[in-house]
Design a protein around this ligand. Structure first.
Ligand code: AMP
Ligand code: ZN
Length: 496
C-alpha cells in the first residue's frame, strides 16, 4: 500500500520493519468532552486505513493512547489544563470526567463502525514508563531542569522541524497571539516533559518523580505508550493534521533522542473537518456530536459515508446540505444492495458458507461474450483494493463498488464481493439493506383488508388491460391516503 508520507512529503509504499506485520500508533482523544464529528473524521479515515492494510494481508497491531493528563489548551505547553477545565465545568473529579468521556468516545466508535484498537492505554496508567524515558533523556543530556520543570532541549538535535512546514517564526507568532512565553525555556521550541511547578494549584493528579511531585507533558505520553507496546521500531503513526506540529514533531524528537536511531518512517495525517466558521474544535464550545446527528434523524453510517466521499488529504467542509446529499447517496446505495438481495427471491444473506452450492451452480453462468460472469467479481474487488492502496482513495473505491453493482455477476458472487468491500469501508451495507427489506415487508403486511381488496381488484383490471378501471382504483386509493407503486415484485401500496 502507498500513502502520502508527511515526513518525506511523497507518496510511498509502506514497507514494514518486520515483513508481514505492521505496527500502527494512533493519537487517541483528550477525554475532557465528547468527541466532535471533526475528531471522528480522523478516526474514521484511520479505521479505513487499518482495514485496508489488513485486507492486503498484513498482520496489524494498533495502539491508541487516551489523554487523561497533561494536555494544555495550547499544544505548546501553555494555557489551561484541558482535563481540569472539564472537571470544573461539570463539578466532577478529573478521573470521573476521564472515565465518562472515554466510554462516550468508544460508544461513538461503535456507532460509526470504527474498530477498537488492539491496545488502548490511558496516560495515567503509564507514569513509570514516562519517568524511565525522561530520566534517560536527562542522563543523555537531552533534557534539563528549569524553574522546577523538566524540558526537552531541542538545540541538541541536528534537525527539529522534521515535517518541514513550520519555522521558529511560526512559534513566535503563537507566543504573540496572547499566550504567555515560558521564561524557563532555553530555546523557544523546547517543550515540557514533566511539570512540577504547575500554575494550577488545584491540579488533582500528581505523582512522585526524581524531580519532585508533578505530572507528565502531553507529548511524552504517545512516545512512551508506543515504545512500550510496539517496541523500538514503529511502522506507521497517525493523527489529525494539527498534531503534526508541535505534537508529532516533539514525539519524534524525544523518541529518537531516547532510542538513538530513527523511530517511525511513515506518518499519516488526516486533514480537518471545518464548518463555515473554520476548524471544528472542542474548545469553541458549540460543536457537533454523533448523538446530535442521530437526534436529527441521521444514521451514523451517513456521516461515515460523507467522510469516505472525500479524500482524507483535503479539508472537508461540513454543512447540512452536504450531509443531506450524502444521506440521499447512501440510501440509494443501500437500496441497490437490497435489489441484489431480492434478485430471484429474497433470503437473508448468510455469507460464504451457506452459499457454497449456489456458488458452484453459478460458475456456469456466462455473459454475451461467453465469459464466465463469476470471475468479474474478483477482478472488480482487486480494482477496488487498488484504489484504497493508492493513498486511500475512498471516493474512487465507492465508484468501483457501483461498477460491481451494475455488472452482470451471479447474485451470491456479487453479495460476497460487496461483503468483502464493506469489510474495509465499514458502511454496514448488507445489514442496512436487510433492514430495508424487512421494513418493506412489514409495511406490506400492515395493509387493512379493504385496501388489500382494492389493490387485488386493480391488479386484475391491469391484467385484463382495463386501464381506465385501474386508474379509477388508483385515484380511489389516493383519496383513502394510499399511494400505489408498480415495482419489479408487483403492485405495492404505501401510506402517504
Ligand atoms: P483531541 O481529542 O483534541 O486530542 O483530538 C483527537 C484527534 O482529532 C486528533 O488526532 C486531532 O488531530 C483530531 N482533530 C481535532 N480537530 C479536528 C478536526 N476539526 N477535524 C479532523 N480531525 C481533528
Ligand atoms: Zn499523540
Amino acid at each position: 500500500m502507498q500513502i502520502f508520507n508527511s515526513l518525506t512529503r511523497k507518496k510511498e509504499k509502506i514497507i514494514p520493519h518486520t515483513p508481514g506485520k505492521l505496527s500502527m500508533y494512533t493519537c487517541g482523544p483528550t477525554v475532557y468532552h465528547y468527541a466532535h464529528i471533526g475528531n471522528l473524521r480522523t478516526y474514521i479515515m484511520e479505521d479505513v486505513l487499518e482495514k485496508t492494510l489488513r485486507a492486503e494481508g498484513l498482520d496489524v497491531t494498533r495502539v491508541m493512547n487516551i489523554t487523561d493528563v497533561g494536555h494544555l489548551t495550547s499544544d505548546g505547553d501553555t494555557g489551561d489544563d484541558k482535563m481540569l477545565k472539564g472537571a470544573k465545568r461539570e463539578h466532577k473529579t478529573v478521573m470521573e470526567i476521564a472515565k465518562f468521556y472515554t466510554d462516550a468516545f468508544f460508544v461513538d466508535c461503535v456507532k460509526l463502525n470504527i474498530k477498537r484498537p488492539d491496545i488502548i492505554q490511558p496516560a495515567t496508567k503509564c507514569i513509570d514508563e514516562f519517568i524511565k524515558v525522561i530520566s534517560a533523556l536527562m542522563d543523555k543530556g537531552y533534557a534539563y531542569e528549569a524553574g522546577g520543570n523538566i524540558y526537552f532541549d531541542t538545540s541538541k538535535l541536528k534537525k527539529y522541524y522534521v515535517f518541514g512546514d513550520v519555522t521558529e517564526e511560526d512559534l513566535e507568532v503563537g507566543v504573540r497571539e496572547g499566550v504567555e512565553a515560558d521564561d524557563n525555556k532555553r530555546n523557544k521550541a523546547d517543550f515540557v516533559l514533566w511539570f512540577t511547578k504547575s500554575k494550577f494549584d488545584d491540579q488533582e493528579l500528581k505523582w512522585d518523580s526524581p524531580w519532585g511531585i508533578g505530572y507528565p507533558g502531553w507529548h511524552i505520553e504517545c512516545s512512551c505508550i508506543s515504545m512500550k507496546n510496539l517496541g523500538e521500531y514503529l511502522d506507521l503513526h497517525c493523527g489529525g493534521i494539527d498534531n503534526q506540529f508541535p505534537h508529532h514533531t516533539n514525539e519524534i524528537a524525544q523518541s529518537e533522542a531516547y532510542l538513538g536511531h530513527e523511530w517511525c518512517p511513515y506518518w499519516f495525517h488526516v486533514h480537518h473537518l471545518n464548518t463555515s466558521g473554520g476548524k471544528m474544535s472542542k474548545s469553541k464550545g458549540e460543536f457537533l456530536t454523533v448523538s446530535l446527528l442521530e437526534e436529527k434523524g441521521y444514521d451514523p453510517m451517513v456521516y461515515r459515508f460523507f467522510c469516505l466521499q472525500s479524500h482524507y488529504r483535503k479539508t472537508l467542509t461540513f454543512d447540512w446540505e452536504n450531509l443531506n446529499n450524502a444521506k440521499g447517496a447512501y440510501e440509494k446505495l443501500v437500496a441497490r444492495v437490497a435489489a441484489v438481495l431480492k434478485q430471484d427471491g429474497y433470503t437473508p444473506y448468510k455469507g460464504e458458507d451457506a452459499t457454497v452450492k449456489m456458488l458452484e451452480e453459478a460458475k456456469s453462468e456466462t455473459d454475451k461474450t461467453g465469459q464466465q460472469t463469476f470471475i468479474k467479481a474478483d477482478v472488480i474487488y482487486d480494482e477496488f483494493l487498488d484504489c484504497l492502496s493508492d493513498d486511500l482513495n475512498t471516493a474512487q473505491a465507492i465508484t468501483v463498488m457501483y461498477d460491481l453493482l451494475k455488472a452482470d455477476i451471479p447474485k451470491y458472487y456479487k453479495l460476497m464481493a460487496i461483503e468483502k468491500m464493506d469489510k474495509v469501508l465499514g458502511l454496514r451495507l448488507i445489514e442496512r439493506a436487510e433492514q430495508l427489506i424487512k421494513k418493506e415487508q412489514d409495511d406490506q403486511s400492515d395493509i387493512p383488508a379493504d385496501i388489500a381488496e382494492l389493490v387485488a381488484e386493480r391488479r386484475e383490471a391491469r391484467k385484463a388491460k382495463d386501464f381506465a378501471k385501474a386508474d379509477e382504483i388508483r385515484d380511489k386509493l389516493a383519496e383513502l391516503g394510499w399511494e400505489v407503486k408498480e415495482t419489479r415484485e408487483g403492485t405495492k401500496v404505501y401510506r402517504k
